[in-house]
Design a protein around this ligand. Structure first.
Ligand code: 3HC
Length: 283
């Protein structure tokens, strides 16, 4: 099936970024979320990102207009009936994801690939909520999506080779570099990244250093583009906690226990950049 229309479920940080790169490579995009306000926020994020690229001379004003013109907002999952390929990028909650995949399976055309941008939840489990597990796959983009080159591609137990190849080709069309990972908690990226972030939170919790100094050590000493605590704020502390919980439960090893300070910040609603406060404060 030729992929002309991309369905994106979730218009948050990741979903809006995926919609943007989809439209930028010439696809028609349906960007869906549960409320108009979330869809509008998604459009605002895309406009800001495209504006940034135009300012740097990477896009013309005309190209920005055309990209935005290819994205249609939606608040009904039934609109995914028009999609030739779907990427789900909603909250990292297994129950909610399973429910969305069950509905996507009902609404989408036969043979349409249903992919998940999950950062750690089992693709095999997500696929089991559908009657097309051979067409379900992980397509894990990195934040900020318009900038980061990587897309991890994760086959579930029943995912077909054809689904894998189509997904790889789509990732390349979107200007990304696909890398395969097996379906284990956190895949490759978050199996390695999240314990590092969690350890940085422990270092703060135990008073080894201030947030600024922990980040400075990793930036200046290890050449990381940003420190782990600033990166946690960018990803979202709720997402970091959810991923640590998946690693802890799925791998059954206490070395993955989430730091109590991370949990406390999430309980306080300090979720990072998106809530205005995390390890740092934001305007
Ligand atoms: N849209 C478009 N362009 C953007 C952008 C956005 N949202 N954010 C940054 N850029 C562009 C800038 O315009 C700039 O372009 P230029 O090279 O032409 O000048 C370039 O990206 C670099 O940005 P800045 O100069 O503003 O700032 P930095 O050099 O500090 O880069 C960063 C910002 C790209 C975010 C960099 O700090 C970085 O790579 N950080 C690490 C990000 C990371 O690790 N992401 C993975 C997170 S894990 C994940 O997503 C998985 C999930 O499951 C948790």
């Amino acid at each position: 099936m030729e992929i002309k229309t991309l369905g994106v479920v979730g218009a948050g940080q990741m979903g809006s970024g995926i919609a943007q790169v989809g439209a930028a490579c010439g696809l028609t995009v349906i960007m869906n979320d549960v409320q108009d306000a979330f869809v509008e926020k998604g459009f605002a994020t895309i406009e800001k990102s495209l504006g940034r690229m135009a300012k740097k001379g990477k896009l013309t004003e005309q190209e920005v207009k055309e990209i935005l013109g290819r994205i249609e907002g939606s608040t009904s999952l039934q609109d995914m009936a028009k999609a030739d390929f779907v990427v789900e990028a909603i909250v990292e909650n297994e129950e909610v994801k399973l429910n969305v995949f069950k509905q996507l399976d009902d609404y989408c055309k036969e043979g349409v690939i249903l992919s998940s941008n999950t950062s750690s939840i089992s693709i095999t489990k997500i696929a089991s909520a559908t009657k097309r597990p051979e067409n379900v796959i992980g397509m894990h983009f990195m934040n900020p999506v318009p900038v980061m080159k990587l897309v991890e591609i994760i086959k579930g137990l029943a995912t077909s080779e054809e689904t894998y190849q189509v997904t790889r080709t789509l990732a390349e069309k979107m200007g990304k570099v696909p890398v395969p990972a097996n379906d284990f908690p956190g895949f490759i990226s978050n199996r390695i990244l999240m314990p590092m972030i969690n350890e940085a939170v422990y270092a703060l919790f135990e008073g080894v250093g201030s947030a600024e100094d922990i980040d400075k050590v990793m930036k200046l000493g290890m050449n990381h583009p940003m420190g782990p605590l600033a990166l946690a704020d960018l990803i979202g502390l709720d997402t970091c906690l959810a991923i640590m919980e998946v690693l802890h439960k799925g791998l059954g090893d206490d070395k993955y226990r989430p730091c109590p300070l991370l949990r406390k910040y999430v309980d306080a609603g300090w979720l990072g950049q998106k809530s205005g406060r995390g390890f740092y404060t934001y305007e």
